[in-house]
Each structure stands twice: as C-alpha cells, then as structure tokens.
Design a protein. Structure first.
Length: 193
C-alpha cells in the first residue's frame, strides 16, 4: 500500500474552499434594494382601467387592473388615471393620492383608484302630434349645453361633475293648428347622475 503525503496547508485550504461552496452569495437578512407598489382598482365594470404610473429614471407603466408593481427603484411615483368609456357611459377616476413614495422594503406602498359613473343618458319621447308636425323641444344644461329635438331622441354622454350629477332642463313650445292646439307636458328638470 502506498501512502500519499499532503502538506497540512493544502488540507486546511481544501476545507475552507469546501465550506465556502455551501454558502450563498446573498444574505437572507439583508434589506431589499427595491420596493413595490400595490394599486387597488375598483371599476370600471367590464372594462380595463386606464392608469399610468411614472417615476424615477423615466419609468412608466400602464395599469389596467388591481396589481402589485414589483422591483421599483426607491423614489416618488406619480399616478394618473383617465376616463374610460363603456357602452356610451363615461367612468371617471378618483385617486387616493397622485404621488406615492416607494421605499426599499418588502412591504409595498399603496394607492387606490375608484371609477364612478360620470355620465347619463336622457331618452326624450315625443308623441301625440299629428303626422307631419315636428316638435320643438329644447334640452339645456351646464357648460352651455343646448340641444333641440324635433322628434324622439336619445342624448348620450351627458357628463356630470365627478359623479355628483347635473341638472338639465327640458322645455317645449305649444303647437297650434287650425283646429287644435297641442301643449307639451313639459317643462321638466332632470337630474342626471
């Protein structure tokens, strides 16, 4: 049997290399270098939201639903949202905050965006006039809104103020013919939510 002689320095070095191979290069107790942002979205029903998150170094991302945006560089992020139109109805966004500070942490910063209905529809019905006679109905509202209808008509996207609603006035003039006078059953004031 043959004996191999190894210097004691080589044995110690081999033991150190072997023990280092079992270690990972990252320390699980080290704080994270990035952060995250949880955006909670409520509404709009049946359609994607339109939210933009922008931040340091030109960062920009479109958000369409509740999500957690991970691995963000710490800093201040701006959140903006635009209206969404679904089936001729406008939904406006209300933000909990327009800026959020993201810090290096495993706990995300938070923001919420709620979409609410901002428009309504007015269905105007005109009936009872003899054939060939056109109505003269005027619908007026905020912001100089004025529309005239000569027959039944639907007015779409009558936008309210951030969901608080607007009043619209509907008025008509009486019509006269040789044998009859036709009166409108209006004026009415309509609140559109």
């Amino acid at each position: 049997m043959r004996t191999i002689w190894m210097p004691s320095t080589a044995i110690v070095l081999a033991a150190v290399v072997t023990s280092l191979e079992g270690c990972s290069s990252s320390d699980s107790t080290a704080p994270p270098a990035t952060g995250s942002l949880r955006i909670t979205v409520s509404g709009p029903p049946g359609a994607p939201a339109a939210i933009t998150v922008s931040g340091p170094a030109g960062y920009s991302r479109l958000i369409t639903a509740t999500t957690v945006v991970a691995t963000l560089v710490p800093g201040t992020y701006a959140i903006s949202a635009t209206n969404v139109v679904i089936d001729n109805a406008t939904y406006g966004a209300a933000l909990s905050s327009t800026t959020v500070t993201v810090v290096a942490s495993s706990t995300p910063a938070t923001a919420s965006v709620s979409y609410t209905l901002m428009s309504g529809t007015l269905a105007l019905g005109v009936s009872g006039l003899p054939g060939g006679l056109l109505a003269s109905v005027t619908v007026t509202g905020p912001g100089g809104f004025t529309q005239t209808a000569t027959a039944s008509q639907t007015f779409w996207k009558m936008v309210s103020n951030a969901g608080s609603g607007y009043f619209f006035a509907v008025s008509g003039i009486p019509w006269a013919s040789r044998s009859s006078t036709f009166f409108s059953v209006i004026p009415r004031t309509i609140f559109i939510v």
